[in-house]
Design a protein around this ligand. Structure first.
Ligand code: AGP
Length: 613
């Protein structure tokens, strides 16, 4: 939801801002712009509709500045237009904004009465007008006074024309991270924009104001007290956030899954000895997650958005089977409006790759206020959800740049498997031997997944049959249904083919009317306990002429007349088939998008990190 960056120092601001915007482009790519001090208090703004690559062609090579701000936009308030592109200026104030100002209409009316007329349709320009109206030479005071008036979410980087070479920043809801380097001070929405300059960074806490100069970053409270920021260190390097020879980030991230899963699983395997026997069990002592978190629970609530919620659907199946506790999975944007029943014996698990999704964060806040226990499964270290949750399970998948989530999803699955195994062991529902056996199965799934990734050409060939499709259905039962939901969102977000996921047994209650000759159906048949029923459901669509792509367990033995293509998964126990099957569906979506000539990594209208409600 918009990427923002600010730099002041001895280097060329243009280079830092434009390369930072390229790294942040996954957050939005409707328009892009920069504003820089270009001498004598003059601020020069260059902005345009379209991607950062277009902006780059408009910034002259000789553009000289050592301080500026840059923005890449995902449109919320106001359409995609030159006027609505950031930065926005009013009087002495020029700013960039990530977030949504909810009370912008009443502020606009109030400020218009003072003679300030907005030229854009954005809420961000109203924020610039507000800060300008409150500015009398003390930037911090103006920003603090504006913060008291603004409702909603924001991260701002602000230039004041009479304070050259300085950038002021504040945030609420939307993220900002900063670092100090020999070259100067940098602040951005995400660490990926800072990575080439520093591995050490700090998260600007809410309701603090940062002032960046060439040599230092000063952080103060709204009433002016200086605060020392807590520095964090990233464990990955700049190559993790590059394509490394792959055509697209998505392709690279799909292939990173074995390594990502190793990082998520291996450090949490601890040797236990009982009666002279050794067992490797999941252990979360180093994460600060005690077994007591899983004891005495009356229910578990999992809440998240999109792909993260689909991982939660798999978590529900595992918890209910292994813990025998009722589990609900709620869409985070609905959660707090449906009067959820939460108490201290409820465990609320929020799941988020970015750790910044506004609806998931709001759900977590409600859970915390209600006195429920909270655990978050998060990829980005130091993100808002991680910091506000009582307990955090970091997935360690590394930076995920493509809008379509792949390695973060399978790492979230691994997190759910480990948590379910450990919780069942803690609750004495699994013996030490059973827990160790299940955990071994999880580790053995990684080489099986690697084998699937080596079969890219096979999936590309199948994808050729999908490029003309207008509608497509995924069907499955149990874990295969949860995975169908994920397969469907992956396909539609990057191929623009309409698709739906159906519990296979539900088709005949309405959806079968949409199955016509040659409509593609991707049927998942990896679960032996429902295999016979699944075969009947495949027969139902086949009888209506569907073009069937079967993704099946190696020994499923489904008659060849029932499908056009069959993708056999490597042998794993059924419980772990979602990992290998997920890789198949990801690669089919990837190749279909690529063959349709679409922008795989940055699909239209979408953004990676959704920090607005
Ligand atoms: C996945 O491919 C999507 N782009 C999207 O559904 C995503 O999973 C969702 O927006 C949640 O994001 P989060 O994990 O960062 O909270």
């Amino acid at each position: 939801m918009c990427g923002i960056i600010g730099f002041t120092g001895c280097g060329r601001a243009k280079d830092v801002l434009l390369s930072g915007l390229s790294a942040l482009e996954y957050r939005g790519y409707d328009s892009a712009g920069i504003s820089c001090f270009t001498g004598d208090g003059k601020i020069t703004t260059i902005k345009s509709v379209g991607k950062v690559s277009k902006l780059k062609t408009q910034v002259p090579e000789e553009f000289s500045s050592t301080c500026g701000i840059g923005h890449t936009r995902w449109a919320t308030h106001g359409g995609v237009s030159q006027a609505n592109a950031h930065p926005h200026s009013c009087g002495r104030v020029t700013l960039i904004h990530n977030g949504i100002i909810e009370n912008y209409l009443c502020l606009r009316d109030e400020l218009s009465a003072t003679g300030r007329t907005p030229v854009s349709g954005t809420d961000s320009e109203i924020a610039a007008m507000l800060i300008d109206s409150l500015y009398t030479g003390d930037a911090r005071a103006a920003i603090a006074a504006a913060a008291a008036r603004l409702e909603g979410a924001y991260a701002f980087c602000i230039l004041f024309s009479d304070q050259p070479e300085k950038i002021y920043c504040i945030r609420k809801g939307s993220p900002l991270v900063a670092c100090q380097t020999k070259m100067g001070s940098i602040i951005a929405s995400d660490m990926v924009a800072l990575l080439r300059y520093s591995k050490d960074y700090f998260v600007l806490e809410e309701d603090l104001i940062a002032c960046l100069t060439h040599d230092e970053i000063t952080v103060t409270t709204l009433d002016g007290r200086t605060v020392a920021p807590d520095y964090l260190t990233v464990t990955w390097d700049v190559s993790s956030a590059q394509k490394n020879g792959f055509n697209h980030y998505m392709e690279k991230e799909i292939h990173e899954q074995p390594d990502a899963l190793l990082r998520t699983i291996t450090p949490r395997l601890v040797k236990y000895v009982e009666n002279g026997e050794s067992y490797m069990l999941p252990d979360f002592t180093a994460d600060g997650i005690p077994d007591s978190l899983f004891l005495g629970l009356s229910r578990i609530v999992i809440t998240a958005c999109g792909t993260a919620m689909h991982a939660g659907m798999m978590g529900k199946i595992l918890f209910e089977e292994l813990l025998h506790i009722p589990v609900t999975v709620d869409i985070a944007s609905e959660f707090r409006y449906q009067n959820p029943i939460l108490s201290e014996d409820t465990l609320v698990i929020t799941v988020s790759q970015s750790g910044e999704t506004a609806d998931t964060l709001a759900a977590l806040r409600l859970a915390t206020e209600s006195g429920a226990r909270t655990l978050s499964i998060v990829n980005v270290k130091g993100s808002s959800i991680a910091r506000e949750s009582a307990h955090v399970f970091y997935t360690h998948a590394g930076p995920e740049i493509a809008v379509a989530s792949t390695k973060a999803y399978t790492a979230q699955l691994a997190a759910f498997y480990m948590i379910a195994f450990r919780a069942a062991f803690a609750a004495r529902r699994l013996s030490i031997g059973e827990c160790a056996e299940y955990t071994k199965g999880l580790s053995l799934m990684i080489p099986a997944l690697t084998k699937v990734l080596e079969r890219g050409e096979e999936f590309a060939a199948i994808s050729r049959h999908l490029i003309k499709a207008t509608d497509l259905f995924f069907i499955g039962r149990g874990m295969d249904y949860a995975l169908s939901c994920e397969g469907s969102i992956k396909l539609k977000e990057i191929t623009y083919i309409h698709s739906e996921a159906y519990a296979a047994g539900e088709l005949k209650h309405g959806t079968l009317s949409l199955i016509a000759p040659d409509v593609p159906v991707i049927a998942l048949a990896t679960q032996h306990n429902v295999l016979a029923k699944m075969v009947s459901n495949i027969k139902e669509v086949r009888a209506r002429g569907a073009f069937v792509i079967l993704v099946a367990a190696k020994d499923a033995g489904i008659e060849p007349e029932l499908y056009d293509f069959c993708i056999e998964l490597p042998e794993t126990s059924d419980r772990f088939a979602p990992f290998t099957a997920a890789a198949v569906l990801q690669l089919i979506a990837y190749h279909t998008s690529f063959l349709r000539g679409l922008d795989v990594d940055q699909p239209r209208h979408l953004a990676k990190s959704v920090t607005v409600e």
